[in-house]
Write a protein that binds this ligand. Structure first.
Ligand code: FAD
Length: 336
């Protein structure tokens, strides 16, 4: 790891005033003393630095900024989670467990207890993919702007099985799978003193749109919070993550299901798949099967089948297709 300077940000404005780069901006570039970047929990940033992929001159620690670590809820505005809230705090929050069960389960299955104690929600959304070609200094892959995805013909066991024609990496945030199912938005502060709110599907960008970054963040922007609408009466949810191991690992497949129910009838469904494509994706096909139906095993199996319509697995990851079908079915049945 190269030498760097350290700055303790006192406020959002102070942090935005200092920072001039995102991890994506300086990825693969030579150490540059003038590059300045945010650090929250440091889990992903330190890995990128140890891997030699990111070499900032100065790190701005945003972890101690007051007001970024609050969790607030009211029926009108919904749930607002500050960007610096760590995953362990989210996991332990009883309101989230009660009203947003899928989110509670997603944060509780991310990494390990030690990681969850450090990892923040903002950093989780802005983390980079764990694709082994991306993480290798030797490979100038599609996500580094080269136009070549080595996973297509190489080792692709954990890679994307949908929307994978150009780049087969998958996003590493399993927390986002649940957030997208709850129609969350990301609140972003900009250096001109303004704030903007973008839906999760606008926050993440497919590699075909931007090959070098998974999200829309610019260097003069800081995630301040994630906002989730209050759930309607009768809303049920569930989340399942399948990893190679029970702990210490990213998802090989994960799913969040949120359904608005009246008795056993589903009036609206949101099925979101993580680790299926380069960014989390909604399954319109599964939603279509569930909406307007009485939920039972037959319908859940049909939704699981529908969720994999159009899947294009690679040489080493066709095993993910039946896993997704099964966890989609299980999450639906567990929701109700
Ligand atoms: C072994 C292991 C297993 C894991 N398993 C999972 C898993 O199953 N599911 C999952 O979701 N994650 C998993 N993770 C990833 C982990 O959750 C993330 O690395 C962590 O959440 C990142 O948060 P952080 O606060 O440490 O971010 P940092 O490392 O501090 O920052 C990450 C990036 O985000 C930027 N950033 C940080 N905060 C902000 C902000 N507020 N605004 C704008 N940019 C910001 C930084 O500049 C940096 O580029 C795992 C990690 C490890 C090491």
């Amino acid at each position: 790891m190269n030498k760097f300077s350290w700055y303790e940000a006192k406020s959002v404005e102070d942090a935005l005033d200092k920072v001039n780069a995102t991890a994506s901006d300086i990825l693969g570039k030579r150490p540059n003393e003038s590059s300045v970047i945010f650090k929250a929990g440091g889990i992903d940033l330190m890995d990128l630095m140890k891997e030699g992929l990111v070499n900032p001159g100065t790190i701005v620690n945003i972890k101690k900024i007051p007001d970024l670590d609050k969790i607030e809820f009211d029926e009108k505005n919904g749930l607002r989670i500050g960007a610096n809230v760590n995953l362990a705090t989210l996991e332990g929050n009883s309101l989230i467990k009660d009203k947003y069960l899928a989110l509670h389960l997603a944060v509780g299955h991310a990494g390990t207890p030690q990681l969850r104690n450090s990892a923040t929600l903002g950093g989780n959304l802005a983390q980079r993919t764990r694709c082994w070609y991306f993480r290798s200094l030797e490979h100038q892959c599609f996500r580094k702007g080269s136009g070549t995805c080595f996973a297509q013909k190489g080792e692709n066991e954990f890679h994307a099985i949908m929307k994978n024609e150009t780049c087969a990496s998958v996003h590493s945030s399993s927390v986002s799978t649940a957030l997208m199912a709850f129609n969350a938005s990301v609140e972003i502060a900009t250096s001109d003193g303004k704030k903007r709110k973008v839906r999760m599907e606008e926050f993440f960008v497919h590699p075909e749109v931007d090959s070098r970054s998974e999200n829309i963040l610019n260097s003069n922007e800081l995630i301040t919070a994630v906002v989730i609408p209050a759930p309607k009466a009768g809303t049920k949810s569930y989340y399942i993550k399948q990893g190679a191991r029970e702990s210490h690992d990213w998802a090989m497949a994960d799913v969040a299901v949120v359904m608005e129910m009246s008795g056993s009838n589903c009036s609206k469904a949101e099925v979101v798949l993580g680790a299926a494509a380069p960014i989390p994706i909604r399954s319109k096909e599964a939603n279509g099967v569930l909406t307007g139906k009485s939920i039972n095993e037959t319908v859940a199996i049909a939704a699981g089948e529908a969720s994999m319509k159009g899947a294009t697995p690679l040489s080493g990851n066709a095993y993910k297709v039946p896993i997704f079908k099964t966890i989609v079915k299980r999450a639906i049945l567990k929701s109700v």
